[in-house]
Design a protein around this ligand. Structure first.
Ligand code: GLU
Length: 425
């Protein structure tokens, strides 16, 4: 795990004696007491042999601060948790439309190995096997070996360290993988597979057999939370729009046939795998990894689900909780008693929400409905002072330019103090 550094002071904080670490430890202890029922995956001997007691959790903020508790450094195979990350690599390489032509974005409500195709023979859901195998087949490469090399490098970039292959798990996945080959054949029959069956399924079995610990999962998730840029290495692994698309699919499709229940109870984009790992994301804030091998009847880690439910409730992390009042973009509104001139002082980054606040405040200040104190031919000055603003999104800049024009027609002399030129189209 990587220690966090306190911003500004340069002091190294030991994440092992941090209240967040203690809170995560308490969470694991609570879940161990609840002791939800679960069974080890047994479709291959390697998964049936693992220590069922292993239980770890890790969380990484987009600032790079990391915390962990329990068996957070125990290695396990990533299995289906690889799916959102390979889907991200496919989106990054081909673009959204080309990927959508071959694999849909609908929660299938079906188990991981379902024969899940829509009317045009396209896998519905990229987070279960049929869709995931197609996503793997779309990664540009000459053959299976090169495809896995690209995937391994991509997932390692998400984690920020080179990930190793569990060769024994891969051999077993391949030896018992006929149902997945069957899914690949069906996808190929409808023209959805981007390669031969073997060049899709072998790298797919290998991606499932990459070894991670919960710290890696938290870091990979934090890279998605951070818009595709790794919080510590600073590498841009995928574009911000790709990270958002992947989180959208994780939110609706990530937990097999329990995805609806998951969004209801936990409310975080997430993905689980039959190795016992789960990744969850609070966009813009945290990546979380949990590991505990016994699975519930849907194939999700039963302690992992319980831990994330508790975490979401206790830490207030449901993405649809009403957002708390954030700092207003309008720092102050001053009216000069002598001249009647109004100054609206703006701070921070101006996005749509901030622009709406600024426009509202400014319109109100000048009597935007025409009923204000200044009407007709009278002219008063309204100054929007962007001296403390850092950036404006295109829509925010458009709104603010429109406001200036509109207020102008109402007889106000509007001027924008924009020393950094952030409203310039
Ligand atoms: N290797 C497993 C399979 O494809 C992954 C399943 C999963 O984690 O959902 O059958």
């Amino acid at each position: 795990m990587n220690g966090g550094e306190a911003a500004g002071t340069g002091a190294v904080i030991d994440p092992l004696c941090h209240p967040v670490t203690d809170a995560l430890g308490d969470l694991l202890a609570t879940v161990r007491r609840i002791d939800p029922a679960g069974e080890l995956a047994d479709y291959i001997p390697e998964l049936a042999r693992v220590d069922a007691n292993g239980f770890g959790i890790a969380a990484t903020a987009t600032s790079g601060h990391s915390y962990a508790a329990g068996d957070a450094d125990r290695l396990f195979t990533i299995q289906s948790v690889s799916k959102p990350f390979v889907y991200a690599l496919a989106l990054e390489a081909l673009g959204r439309e080309a990927v959508l032509e071959r694999v849909g974005v609908e929660p299938s409500g079906e188990p991981f190995n379902a024969i899940s195709f829509d009317q045009i023979g396209r896998p519905a859901n990229p987070m279960i096997n049929a869709g995931a195998i197609v996503a793997t087949s779309l990664i540009p490469a000459a053959d299976a070996e090169e495809r896995f090399a690209v995937i391994r490098a991509g997932l390692s970039a998400f984690a920020g360290r080179p990930l190793d292959l569990a060769h024994d798990v891969y051999e077993s996945e391949s030896a018992t993988g006929d149902r997945n080959r069957g899914l690949a054949h069906l996808a190929r029959a409808s023209g959805m597979l981007g390669s031969t069956v073997a060049d899709a399924v072998e790298p797919y079995f290998q991606q499932c057999s990459l070894l991670v610990d919960t710290g890696d999962l938290a870091m990979m998730a934090a890279t998605l939370a951070n818009g595709g840029e790794h919080p510590l290495t600073g590498e841009r692994v995928v574009a911000e729009a790709v990270a958002r698309d992947v989180l959208s699919v994780m939110a609706s499709c990530g937990m097999y046939d329990r995805s609806g229940d998951w969004m209801f109870r936990v409310g975080m984009p997430a993905k689980s795998g039959v190795g016992g790992g789960i990744v969850a994301v609070t966009p813009g804030q945290y990546g979380i990894g949990v590991y505990s091998p016994p699975l519930d009847s849907a194939g999700n880690s039963s302690r992992g689900v319980a831990a994330l439910q508790l975490l979401s409730a206790e830490f207030g992390l449901h993405m649809l909780d009403r957002p708390r009042e954030s700092v207003s973009a309008v720092e102050s509104i001053r009216t000069d008693a002598a001249t009647g001139a109004i100054t609206v002082e703006v701070r921070g980054e101006i996005d749509f929400v901030a622009a709406e606040q600024i426009v509202y405040a400014a319109m109100e200040a000048v009597g935007g409905d025409g009923s204000g104190t200044h009407t007709g031919t009278e002219t008063a000055a309204l100054v929007i002072d962007l001296g403390s603003a850092t950036r404006a999104t295109p829509v925010a800049a458009r709104l603010m330019r429109a406001m200036a024009g509109d207020a102008g027609t109402r007889g106000y002399r509007i001027s924008v103090r924009d020393p950094a030129g952030i409203l310039v189209p």
